[in-house]
Design a protein around this ligand. Structure first.
Ligand code: AMP
Length: 427
């Protein structure tokens, strides 16, 4: 029989990594809640059109990376490559535009992109995505960036960098592209890579954030879009920067940051952290004032951000940051003889129902082998019941760390552990 493997670009998150995951996701939920964001769930797949329109034809995601399939009813469906378009579809479908605005929601779950897998880049990854829909105030952009900031700070990341740009709006961006960027790139077309010549034709703005080495000198000297913003976009950008400065959030302006999705307007930002190698973006986001309308809703501003959880966990490991351990039983019952085993099963049951985690040795192996197993799984206390203990209504509790052994009455075992754990809290 063939040995199956997880599909290329996917991975199993084993129990040994779950402490990282639960910690990151717990903090993400806690921080989002502090800013008034509520959880939302949306389907893992949507009508292909939701992403084709919402993410934008001409983007790498839509052109090359979507997992699109036809279901048995002949509908074209796509596994979500990101959350925003699906959440905006839900916003429109449920008439959330009549709710008090803005609607602030966050989602956590897998997203799917057919990319070339490498360290930190997967075909299924997990995003924490925060969306603030229905508010144009730059304070909303500031708060979105702050959630990202607070999360990386709470995790203890070193060397986090925020890159910030404004890519204007449908009023000022097209003239910049048409009258400034394209003529400039055309004038140096011979120096661009083949891929960027193609991009220049299809989506010239994307040339700005090219990773192609040969195009770098050209884009480094490209006229910055921030010099060509309309008054509204310029004011918005200035105000966002005012709040970031006032609250001492470090950031760098990167006039070449455009991000891969079509729907962004005004603010775009990306967060990087050392320890990841080439795939160093741990989060990114921006404003998408046109998106609700593109998906058939009323004109509605919005701003959001998404963080990649796998990459966050990689950074934690690279930076030597350890999460708090997950709860695990610290009491393990070993037994000798059938009546003792029955008593062990019953006592463990009582402990668990009083909120204390407990394990019982399965089978009827020797005491020695049970003890060996107890120390392998990493419990601190072993409760030993043999025939003699049973006859006296007692057990022996052994602290595997100190070697100390204590006789405890069976009837008092719950209370005994409750007292112990009150004094020495365990995970
Ligand atoms: P994006 O929507 O592309 O800005 O993605 C948001 C965040 O998700 C990025 O900053 C990364 O942290 C993470 N991310 C994006 N694509 C991948 C991927 N293929 N594998 C792992 N994480 C990813």
């Amino acid at each position: 029989m063939a040995r199956y493997q997880a599909p290329r670009g996917t991975q199993d998150i084993l129990p040994e990594d779950q402490a990282y995951w639960q910690w990151v996701l717990g903090l993400a939920r806690e921080i989002a809640a502090r800013y008034g964001f509520q959880p939302i769930e949306v389907p893992v797949f949507e009508d292909t059109e939701v992403f084709a329109r919402g993410v934008g034809t001409g983007t790498d995601i839509v052109e090359k990376e979507m997992y699109t399939f036809e279901d048995r009813g002949g509908r074209s469906l796509t596994l979500r490559p990101e959350f925003t378009a699906g959440i905006v579809r839900a916003y429109i479908e449920h008439g959330m535009y009549v709710w008090p605005q803005p609607v602030k929601v966050y989602a956590i779950g897998p997203v799917f992109r057919y990319e070339a897998p490498q360290a930190g880049r997967y075909r299924q990854h997990t995003q924490f995505s925060c969306e603030c829909i229905g508010e144009a105030d730059p304070v909303a952009d500031f708060e979105i960036m702050s959630i990202a900031w607070d999360l990386y700070a709470a995790l203890g990341f070193e060397g986090v960098q925020f890159q910030l740009n404004s890519i204007g709006c449908p009023r000022c961006r097209p003239p910049y592209i048409r009258d400034v960027l394209v003529p400039y790139l055309q004038s140096r077309i011979a120096e661009l890579s083949k891929l960027d010549v193609e991009r220049l034709r299809k989506n010239p703005l994307r040339v700005l954030d090219t990773k192609e080495p040969e195009s770098q000198p050209v884009v480094a000297e490209a006229p910055a879009i921030t010099e060509y913003l309309c008054t509204e976009c310029r004011d918005h950008f200035a105000q966002l920067r005012f709040y970031l400065d006032m609250l001492e959030r470090p950031y760098e302006i990167n006039p070449r940051l455009v991000r891969g999705l079509d729907y962004y307007t005004k603010t775009v930002f990306e967060v990087t952290a050392p320890g990841l190698g080439a795939q160093n973006a741990v989060g990114g986001g921006g404003r998408y004032d046109g998106l609700v309308e593109v998906l058939g809703g009323p004109p509605t501003p919005g701003v959001g951000f998404a963080a990649g959880i796998e990459r966050i966990v990689l950074v934690l490991k690279a930076q030597g940051i350890t999460p708090p351990p997950l709860p695990y039983p610290q009491v393990y019952f070993v037994h000798h003889g059938s009546p003792a085993k029955d008593a062990a099963v019953a006592m463990a049951d009582r402990l668990r129902h009083c909120g204390i985690g407990a394990l019982v040795a399965f089978g009827n192996r020797s005491l020695k082998s049970q003890l060996r197993h107890a120390s392998k799984v990493g419990v601190r206390y072993v409760v030993i019941i043999g025939e003699e203990e049973l006859a006296r209504g007692e057990v022996q509790v052994k602290d595997l760390q100190t070697g100390q052994q204590t006789a405890v009455l069976q009837a008092e075992l719950v209370k005994w552990f409750q007292n112990l754990f009150a004094q020495h809290p365990t995970p």
